[in-house]
Ligand binder design. Structure first.
Ligand SMILES: NC(=O)c1ccc[n+]([C@@H]2O[C@H](COP(=O)([O-])OP(=O)(O)OC[C@H]3O[C@@H](n4cnc5c(N)ncnc54)[C@H](OP(=O)(O)O)[C@@H]3O)[C@@H](O)[C@H]2O)c1
Length: 317
C-alpha cells in the first residue's frame, strides 16, 4: 500500500505547485530492447518518475514501453512524471519548440512534466548531435547564450505543454545567473551527485530557492571499484540488512534530493525501489566520507560521459 511517508514514495514539491517523485528511473540505456524491458520493469517495481533525453536516442522505445504499461490500465498518465531534455545542437531559440515537439511525438505523450536544457553548452545547430571539425574537436555555437535558450523554454512553459523547466550538468554560478535573470525560475537542477560528489553548495542553494536537486549516478554508475564497494557503504549495508545500492539511494533521498537510477533488470528495479530510512549514525557516517570523485566529465565540455561510442559519436558517452 502507498504510505506517503515512506522514503520510496517520497515526493518533493516543485515551484510550480506540483511535485516530483524522489525516486526516478533513468533511461540512458544504449540497447533498444533493454530500454523497453527495463522501463517496464521499473514501472512494475513502483517507479513513477522517468528521465529521458533526445540525446539517448531511445525516446521511441521508452514511449512504447510506457504506452503499453499505461494501456494495461493499472497506471494512468497522471500517475507518472516524465522528463526529457533539449540537446546541445538545439539551443538556438527557433530550434527549441521543434525539438520539444519531436520528443513528445517519439514518447507518444501530449505533455511533458519537466523539460531540461541537457547541458549549458551549445553545439553547432543542426541534426548532427555530435558536430566535429576535421581535427575531431566539438564545434560549439558561440552565437547563442544559455539565457537565449532559457527564454525559449519559458515560452514553452507559457504554452502549457511542459509542466516545469530546468537545467542540467551545470555549476552553481551558472544556475545563479539563470535564476536571477529568469522570469520562470528553474524548477529542477539535474547533476551528478553521490557521497563522492555531494555538491553541498549547489544543494544548499537549491533548497534555499525551492529548486529540486536531482542527482544522477547515485550508486556511482555501478562502477567498481567505487562507491558500491566503499567500506563505509558495505559496512552500513551489512548493519542495516540492505544492499550497498539501497544504502546509497536512501542516503540521497534522506538528504533531500531526488535521484535517477538505471536498474536494467526487473530484480534490480525491485531492489532499488525497496529503500528504507538509514539510522542517523549511518547517515552521518556517509556524510563524513572524504573521497571526492567526479565520474562524468559532461559538465566541463557538454560531451556526454556515459553514452557509449557509436559511429557518429567520436567521444565515449
Ligand atoms: N544529465 C546528464 O547529463 C546525465 C548524465 C548521466 C545520467 N543521467 C541520467 O541519470 C540516470 C542514472 O544514471 P546512472 O546510470 O549513472 O545511474 P546509476 O543507477 O548510478 O548507475 C547505473 C549502473 O549501476 C548499476 N546498478 C544500479 N543499481 C545497482 C545496485 N543496487 N547494485 C549494484 N549495481 C547497481 C547498474 O547495473 P545493471 O546494469 O546491472 O542494472 C548500472 O550499471 C541515467 O539513466 C540518465 O537518465 C543524466
Amino acid at each position: 500500500m502507498t504510505e506517503p511517508d515512506e522514503l520510496r514514495f517520497r515526493r518533493l514539491p516543485l515551484n510550480n505547485g506540483r511535485s516530483i517523485p524522489a525516486l526516478g528511473f533513468g533511461t540512458l540505456i544504449p540497447d533498444p530492447a533493454v530500454t523497453i524491458t527495463a522501463t517496464k520493469g521499473a514501472l512494475e517495481a513502483g517507479f513513477r518518475h522517468f528521465d529521458c533525453a533526445e540525446r539517448y536516442r531511445n525516446e521511441r522505445e521508452v514511449g512504447q514501453a510506457l504506452q503499453e504499461e499505461l494501456a494495461g490500465g493499472g497506471v494512468a498518465r497522471g500517475d507518472i512524471f516524465v522528463t526529457t531534455k533539449l540537446w546541445n545542437s538545439n539551443h538556438r531559440p527557433e530550434r527549441v519548440e521543434p525539438a520539444f515537439e519531436a520528443s513528445l511525438e517519439r514518447l507518444r505523450l501530449n505533455y511533458i512534466d519537466l523539460y531540461l536544457i541537457h547541458t549549458p553548452f551549445a553545439f553547432q545547430p543542426g541534426d548532427e548531435q555530435d558536430p566535429r571539425d576535421q581535427d575531431g574537436n566539438v564545434i560549439y555555437d558561440r552565437d547563442v547564450t544559455l539565457l537565449d535558450t532559457w527564454r525559449a523554454l519559458e515560452s514553452l512553459f507559457d504554452h502549457g505543454k511542459c509542466g516545469a523547466i530546468g537545467l542540467s550538468d551545470i555549476g552553481l554560478e551558472e544556475v545563479k545567473a539563470i535564476y536571477e535573470a529568469a522570469r520562470i525560475k528553474p524548477a529542477v537542477v539535474q547533476v551528478e551527485s553521490h557521497p563522492y560528489l555531494p555538491e553541498t553548495e549547489l544543494l544548499d542553494f537549491c533548497k534555499e530557492k525551492g529548486i529540486v536537486f536531482l542527482a544522477f549516478a547515485p550508486v556511482g554508475h555501478g562502477m567498481k571499484p567505487g562507491l558500491l564497494e566503499d567500506p563505509v557503504i558495505t559496512g552500513i549495508a551489512a548493519r542495516v540488512g540492505k544492499t550497498p545500492g539501497q544504502v546509497l539511494l536512501a542516503w540521497a533521498v534522506q538528504r533531500g534530493t531526488a535521484l535517477l537510477t538505471t536498474p536494467k533488470s526487473a530484480a534490480r528495479a525491485k531492489e532499488n525501489f525497496d529503500i528504507s530510512p538509514l539510522p542517523q549514525d549511518a547517515f552521518d557516517e556517509i556524510n563524513r566520507i572524504q573521497t571526492r570523485q567526479r565520474l562524468n566529465p559532461v559538465v566541463k565540455t557538454g560531451i556526454p560521459g556515459f553514452i557509449p561510442q557509436s559511429k557518429s559519436t567520436a567521444q565515449g558517452g
